[in-house]
Design a protein around this ligand. Sequence first.
Ligand SMILES: Nc1ncnc2c1ncn2[C@@H]1O[C@H](COP(=O)(O)OP(=O)(O)OP(=O)(O)O)[C@@H](O)[C@H]1O
Length: 345
Amino acid sequence: MAVQDMRKVKPLLELEDVSVIFERRQGLFSEPTKIGAVVDVNFGIYPGEVVALVGESGCGKTTLGNVVTGLQKPTHGKLSYNGVDLAKMNKQQLQEFRRGVQMVQQDSYAALNPMRTIYQSLSAPILQKKIVKKKDVFQRVCELLSTVELNPPEQFLYKYPHQLSGGQRQRVLMARAISLNPKIIVADEPVSMIDVSLRISILNLMASLNKKMDIAFIYITHDLSTAKYIAQNGRIAVMYLGKLAEIGNVRQVLANPKHPYLQALLSAVPVPDPKVAKGNRSIPLKNFDMPSPANPPKGCRLHPRCPYAEARCETVEPQLTRVDASEVACHRASEIPAWNLVPAQ
Ligand SMILES: Nc1ncnc2c1ncn2[C@@H]1O[C@H](COP(=O)(O)OP(=O)(O)OP(=O)(O)O)[C@@H](O)[C@H]1O
């Protein structure tokens, strides 16, 4: 769905001022350290769209994904599905939410019960949620395996997870996620543990499920190239230290990144063509280490690393504001030079 069309549609799922603060104790009697894994995030997911959620390790992507699936309760803020606040849902609405929002994990081996065959793993949720009549479950499981391109299904039904390759197990996880006819799938680094040669086929499978079944995807990754590939017509949301730094249409944002952090991430991506690489301006962050979310910098969280930081960045926290095609949390977003200054020859 194009970004301009989305403004006319209500989000399927919405996060309003959502924060997740973990408490970690060093010793039994020590004061707990508060870790702001997700801080004041506002974000909506529209029917059938693809959003790539990107950022460095530890920036809060998985925690945000867990909030969306209901696995992690926000410490503050509100999560609504179909316009209803999750905290106020009745039993039936809660069941609808649990069916409607599914997750595909990074580690397919850990996500599947090693003692169960693929048929047992896929039939259990269908039986439990009474998706089809008992006599049709076998047929449904075969259809699911075909949909995720595990053909012929009979070859996979009675295998155990360890008898499948990483890519095949990831397809089984996709089959399990779609078995309940979800509206949203959160895929957390689904290709990072499988062979590079197989990654593209799993990304293509997700793209085809998005198109054919109109399932919205939140694709969590630290890899900008796969984010660009999967969210071709969708949005990208860039996280930094628990907060959204920039969000917008993936093509427009990556062609004209506004936030210095995204510019730095992009300039760190190796470019095989020297002509193209020459055209990209390098944005050196002042240091490589992300500060601890237990003690985030005041003002703009990037300011100690940002080459454009000025006095107000040290004290005033920037809010997401529209600048051209993106929403950007940077005081200087409209002033700093474009990332791709020199046109490639
Ligand atoms: N259960 C928890 N208890 C305490 N701290 C946690 C917990 N889960 C996550 N954190 C902390 O919250 C921050 C965000 O973690 P999260 O896993 O969401 O980041 P991420 O961007 O998904 O990282 P990665 O890509 O490495 O998985 C990290 O500092 C992490 O150590």
